[in-house]
Design a protein around this ligand. Structure first.
Ligand code: SF4
Ligand code: MG
Length: 315
């Protein structure tokens, strides 16, 4: 049973002048309890909008998001409060998401306050959370600007954990961090996942880090998922020409695979999501485009077990 089920979700924005920006244009996937689903794609492909729609920062234009069997956009009252605790988000820029005028103690306690803890109990709980993310008591009385980027992301994680969520959406949680710090934060997230049985949606553009943390990976292009598979399968046997191009740019760590992957350079830029190409949206840059690609939108299909792709090459 999936913990989260996304069915044909669209999120369109009216940008004036009768123009519609199709940020997310009909995507479907499931996430299972305890797994990490990585979501990758170039900036502007809609991956952050997916995260924000799932957590209800945006209403979906159409389609359905169910969390533990319930439609998240229809919940009210108690059930909505429960949902708001169960799903938490970690942001790319931890500094922008932490109130600069609040001490770390109060930033983290914000989540706890809805539990009704106060005084010593509240303080103990914050310290426990700080220790969980590799910080300590001495950090509680400081302000966000006194911390490094990596520490601020740890504070963001502690704040998310305060309400004991089951599901965390991490929107490029390490993109703003130094390379030396990135692995530390990812390892912390993996440890917390093991200890707490957390489920993650991990949004990123760095494919090598995504492979490291994810059980499965989805690739987005211009508002659509183009491919979804187990991480190993995706990296060993990418089917969609876009995935193949993205992966060809990732350095191969395993020397036995060297030279097996030819570098694919994509021509042109990503077209505007306001006026995307007809048929397959990737066709203007696809090295393998055919006539049918301009006229017909490729179907999202399970080509082999758990490996989905939308491309006319596989019909
Ligand atoms: Fe390329 Fe056509 Fe496949 Fe799109 S559907 S990725 S244009 S081959
Ligand atoms: Mg983004």
């Amino acid at each position: 049973e999936p913990i989260l089920s996304v069915k044909n979700v669209k999120k369109h924005f009216d940008v004036g002048g009768k123009k519609i920006l199709k940020a997310v244009d009909g995507i479907s996937f499931d996430i299972y309890p305890g797994e990490t689903l990585g979501l990758v794609g170039e900036s502007g492909c809609g991956k952050s909008t997916v995260g924000r729609t799932l957590i209800r920062l945006y209403n979906a234009t159409s389609g359905e998001v169910s969390f533990k069997g319930k439609n998240v956009h229809q919940l009210k009252g108690k059930e909505l409060k429960q949902l708001n605790r169960s799903m938490q988000m970690i942001f790319q820029d931890p500094y922008a998401s932490l109130n600069p005028r609040m001490k770390v103690m109060d930033i983290i306690a914000e989540g706890i306050d809805i539990h009704g803890l106060n005084g010593k109990k509240r303080e103990d709980r914050v310290i426990e959370l700080l220790e969980t993310v590799g910080l300590n008591k001495s950090h509680a009385s400081r302000f966000p600007h006194e911390f490094s980027g990596g520490q601020r992301q740890r504070i963001g994680i502690a704040r998310a954990l305060a309400v004991e969520p089951d599901f965390i959406i991490a929107d490029e949680p390490i993109s703003a961090l130094d390379v030396s710090v990135q692995a530390q934060v990812v390892n912390l997230m993996k440890k917390l996942q093991r200890e707490r049985g957390l489920t993650y949606l991990f949004i990123a553009h760095d494919l090598s880090m995504v492979k490291y943390i994810s059980d499965r990976v989805g690739v987005m292009y211009l508002g659509n998922l183009v491919e979804l598979a187990d991480s190993d399968e995706m990296y060993d046997n990418p089917l969609h020409p876009y995935t193949q191009a993205l992966l060809s740019a990732v350095p191969i760590a395993d020397p036995s695979l060297k030279n097996e992957r030819e570098r694919v350079i994509l021509k042109g830029d990503v077209p505007s999501p306001i006026d995307p190409p007809s048929g397959c949206k990737f066709r203007t840059r696809c090295p393998q485009a055919m006539d049918i690609c301009a006229s017909t939108i490729p179907e999202w299909k399970e080509i082999k077990e758990k490996h989905f792709v939308a491309c006319h090459l596989y019909n």
